[in-house]
Design a protein around this ligand. Sequence first.
Ligand SMILES: Nc1nc2c(ncn2[C@@H]2O[C@H](COP(=O)(O)OP(=O)(O)OP(=O)(O)O)[C@@H](O)[C@H]2O)c(=O)[nH]1
Ligand SMILES: [Mg+2]
Length: 358
Amino acid sequence: MDLGLVGRTNAGKTALFNLITQSSAEVAPYPFTTREALRGMAEVPDPRVDAIADAQDIPRRVQAQVQVVDIPGLAAGAGQGEGLGGKALGELRQTDALIHVIRAFANREVPHPDDAIDPVADAEAIDLELILADREQVERRLEKVRKGAKSGDAAARAELVLLDQLATELDAGTPVRVDADDDARALAAEMGLLTVKPVLYVLNADDPGDPPADLAAYAGSRNAQVIALAVGTELELAQLSDQEAAELAAEMELGDVRGADAVVRAAYELLDLVTFFTGSGPPEARAWPIRRGLTADRAAGKIHSDLERGFIRAEVVPWEDLVRAGSFAKARESAQLRMEGKDYVVQEGDVLQIRFAV
Ligand SMILES: Nc1nc2c(ncn2[C@@H]2O[C@H](COP(=O)(O)OP(=O)(O)OP(=O)(O)O)[C@@H](O)[C@H]2O)c(=O)[nH]1
Ligand SMILES: [Mg+2]
C-alpha cells in the first residue's frame, strides 16, 4: 500500500512529499537535492470517518494512512541504472502505485534540466526511463527462463511467452499497463515492473485548474489520470492558521477541498483498496485500508492479531445505514446489523464490530 514519487529533478517531488506527509525534507532550487529515498506517511482524508463519528458523538477520528516514498530526480540513463535515480528505481519497485510529478510552474530561480517548461516532453522523458528500466528487468529474467525452457520445463515455456509479450510492448515504447493481457500483467506485477503500476500524473502548476489538453491526452493514452496542483501555494496555505488559509483559498478561488487532499485521495484510489471502518461507539472512529477480497477474520487481524485469532463473528452495517440509524444499538434494533462469519468478504464502506474471545 505504498505510493512512489517520480519525476525529473526540480519538478517539486519533495515539495509534494512534504505537503502530503507533513514532513520537512530538504527542498531546494538546485538539481538533485534529494540523494536518498525518503519515506513518510500520508493521511487519506475520508469524510465518511467524520460522518460516522459525528452521528455518534465520537471524539477521536483516525484516517487511513499510506506510505509515500520520494526518490531522487530521474535523469537520462536512470533506466539503465545510472545516477542517483537509477539506484533509486529499485525503491519504486516495492511500491504499489506511482505519483509522477511534472513541472509547469515558471520560477526563474529554479533551473529546468532542459531550460524549457514542457510538461508533455518531461512526462515522456520519465516514462521512457521507466520503460527502459522494465525492459532491462525483462531481459535479465528472459536469460534465466530461456535456459529452463530449452530443457523442456513447461512453466518456463509458458513464462517465456509472457516475457516475449512484455518485451515487445516495451520495445514499442508502451507501458505494460496499457495493452498487456492479464497473465502478462500479473507476471509484470510479480516482477515489480514499474510501467504496470497505476499512475497519477500531478502537474505542479502556478495555477490549479484543468491540466492542458495535450497533457490530458497524453495521460489518457498512457492509461493514467492527471490532476493539476499548485504545490508551492498549497505549502504556503499549510503554514497558515485554518482561518487565514480559508480566506486565502477563497481569494484564490481554490474551492473547499485542498488540492493536496484531492491528490492523496486520487492516489489512494489507484491502489484499489477496500476501506472499512470501526466506530461502533467511543473512543474513536477509524478507517482501515485492506486489500480487495479480504475476509472478515483477516480484516479483524489488521485491527489486532487477537481479533483474528479469537474471531467469533463480525457485526456489519454499511456506513450510511449506521449514520442514518444514529448508533450501533439503533441499527441493531431496526435489524440493519448483519451477523457475518469469518468467510464474509469485507465490502467497501462496511462498519465492523468484531466479537472475539481469546
Ligand atoms: N514557484 C514554485 N516553486 C516550486 C514549486 N514546487 C517546488 N518549487 C521549487 O522548486 C525547487 C525544487 O523543488 P523540490 O521539491 O526540491 O524538487 P524535486 O523534484 O524534489 O527535486 P530533486 O530532489 O532535486 O530531484 C525548490 O526550490 C522549490 O521551492 C511550485 O509549485 N511553485
Ligand atoms: Mg527532491
